[in-house]
Design a protein around this ligand. Structure first.
Ligand code: ZN
Length: 306
């Protein structure tokens, strides 16, 4: 067995300041660290009392910080396929094993064959990277945003493949896998479009459920399927009254105009914009505003706050 008393055979151990309590993992949340190095990630986590269960370095080496059934502080405000109540402060921290890749995430500029991050004055921060490590691609949930992403190494993807396969074998309660960008839409960008999430879902049968099933009920009979989570985004098609959708997740905003209760600034707040699948495929098709869904206790509770 790849796990021995909670310790993954292929990992070395690091202890972080944040220690978790026991829980039953039902999913795997994938992240990147937004650092150049593993040590930089560890320092950043400890500085904010945050944690991942596993980190995967650029060379594919795996670091374990706790048993997979002790929770990590990684997701913040987040939710996935809500089936009932959903509050502004919902979090998947006590539902998910957290795996994070050492990666800068995305680069602010690309110049002379090197990708790099800059500060507000245009000065290079941290490492410079060759163009071979960078790739421009549209964001899944905001196709108009096409940053230059830091590519995962093949060693990282191979290590993640082995680790996810081992976790699923060890913890049959794990039924789903998602990126931080899936569970905190518009709040987080990791793992981004370069991580082959659908391959992992398909190979390890981690498609979970389909999310909350509802139908379209629009005053004028039509609902626009938006490319991004606001009416400013263009429509990619129309749905009609009675059409079935599954709610994957609602997007977040940092603005004080959020639908749900606002407590402190600089936190993300739920909006009424839902990422939906329209054909039972479990894949993001676009966004629909919650006021265009048929009334159910769950939807009407949300509508009252819109
Ligand atoms: Zn993250």
């Amino acid at each position: 067995m790849p796990f021995n008393n909670g310790k993954y055979d292929n990992a070395s151990s690091v202890t972080l300041d944040h220690s978790g309590s026991s829980f039953t993992p039902t999913g795997i949340a994938m992240h990147y660290t937004v650092t150049d190095t593993l040590q930089g990630a560890i320092n950043a986590l400890n500085a904010r009392d945050l944690s991942y269960t596993f980190l995967i370095d650029r060379d594919g080496s795996v670091i374990q910080t706790r048993d997979p059934d002790r929770h990590a502080a990684h997701a913040g405000r987040s939710h996935w396929k809500p089936s009932g109540g959903l509050t502004n402060t919902s979090s998947l921290n006590r539902h998910s094993v957290a795996i994070s890749f050492v990666s800068r995430g995305f680069f602010r500029e690309l110049d002379n064959g090197f990708a790099y991050d800059t500060d507000a004055h245009g000065n290079i921060q941290g490492e410079q990277y060759p163009a071979s490590e960078a790739q421009r691609a549209p964001s899944t949930y905001d196709p108009g945003w096409r940053p230059i992403w830091h590519k995962y190494t093949q060693e990282q993807l191979d290590a993640a493949h082995r680790l996810v396969g081992s976790l699923v074998q060890e913890f049959p309660s794990i039924q789903d896998i998602y990126g931080h960008d899936d569970i905190s839409i518009s709040g987080k960008s990791d793992t981004g479009p370069l991580f082959p999430m659908q391959d992992f879902r398909d190979e390890f049968d981690l498609n979970g459920g389909l999310g909350f099933r509802t139908t379209i009920q629009s005053p004028d009979g039509v609902a626009e399927l938006r490319r991004g989570p606001s009416s400013r985004h263009s429509s990619k098609g129309q749905l009609h009254n009675g059409d079935t959708v599954h709610i994957r997740a609602f997007s977040y905003t940092y603005k004080a105009s959020s639908a749900l209760s606002v407590d402190r600034p600089r936190r993300r707040y739920l909006t009424g914009w839902a990422s939906v699948d329209v054909d039972g495929s479990n894949r993001h098709a676009g966004f629909i505003y919650a006021s265009l869904f048929t009334d159910t206790p769950f939807v009407s509770a949300l509508k009252q706050k819109l």
